[in-house]
Design a protein around this ligand. Structure first.
Ligand code: FE2
Length: 254
């Protein structure tokens, strides 16, 4: 009898394990190696129950002055990011089967999302992800030079930090209209500077965004008017290199 109980325990234990592994396999995305809610963005952009949330800014609206003015920060955080999140949550509510998915799982599978909400996910889910990264990689008293393994990777890939910044700024001018400029790690482990339209982002192409800047006019027009290049130059003074280095390390795990 006791042996039979042990056998049952072992049998059902193995069966449950196989089911769990199969479930993970079926949910596989470009980020399948990262369990739910453990990525740096998921921990900020989602509550432990999976609900999408806008975390408080980790600094005051005026904390990034003189590089980014307080009014721009307030409108950007509350009006723009807040607006994307509100619409994204409404979109997800229309498709309960997406509940419990991480942002990465949703955006990484954009082409397989229900056709009636794909555009909204692209714009509003993308907007939620992009702005969550943007706030996290800035900090008061930021700037200076990259550190850690990331600094070496920049030198190896672009020759120097100065050259990297030049190429990044040039990419900002390639984006006609609204969008983002990114440093990404591609599937082969190469660092690459890219840009995207609207609220698209590299996850939609299976790439990991290490850092990115918002080149929508709402991000800079109040202070810099149409001088996008001046805004990008100033933006480097806000960068939280510790966070960027952590994102670089995370990019190697997905
Ligand atoms: Fe923005």
């Amino acid at each position: 009898m006791r042996i039979s109980n042990r056998f049952n325990f072992l049998f059902f234990g193995i069966a449950i394990l196989i089911c769990c592994l199969w479930g993970n396999f079926n949910n596989s995305t470009v980020y399948s190696a990262v369990p739910s809610y453990t990525t740096r963005v998921s921990q900020i952009a989602q509550a432990p129950n999976g609900e999408f949330i806008q975390a408080p800014l980790p600094y005051d609206y005026n904390a990034l002055e003189p590089f980014i003015d307080a009014k721009t920060m307030e409108i950007h955080y509350t009006g723009h990011h807040g607006g994307y999140l509100k619409k994204f949550k409404k979109t997800i509510e229309e498709h309960p089967e997406l509940k419990g998915k991480t942002l990465e799982q949703i955006l990484g599978n954009i082409d397989n999302m229900p056709s009636d909400i794909r555009t909204s996910i692209r714009n509003n889910g993308g907007g939620h992800y992009n702005h969550t990264v943007f706030w996290a990689i800035m900090t008061p008293n930021g700037g200076g030079e990259p550190n850690g393994e990331f600094a070496k990777a920049i030198n190896d890939s672009f020759g120097s930090f100065e050259e990297f910044k030049e190429q990044f700024k040039a990419e900002a001018f390639k984006r006609f209209g609204s969008g983002w400029v990114w440093l990404v790690r591609d599937k082969n482990g190469r660092l690459e500077i890219t840009n995207s339209a609207g609220q698209d982002n590299p996850i939609m192409e299976g790439k990991y965004p290490i850092l990115g800047t918002d080149v929508w006019e709402h991000a800079y027009y109040l202070k810099y008017n149409n001088a996008r290049g001046s805004y990008v130059d100033a933006w480097w003074n806000t960068i939280n290199w510790d966070e960027v280095n952590a994102r670089f390390k995370e990019s190697q795990t997905v």
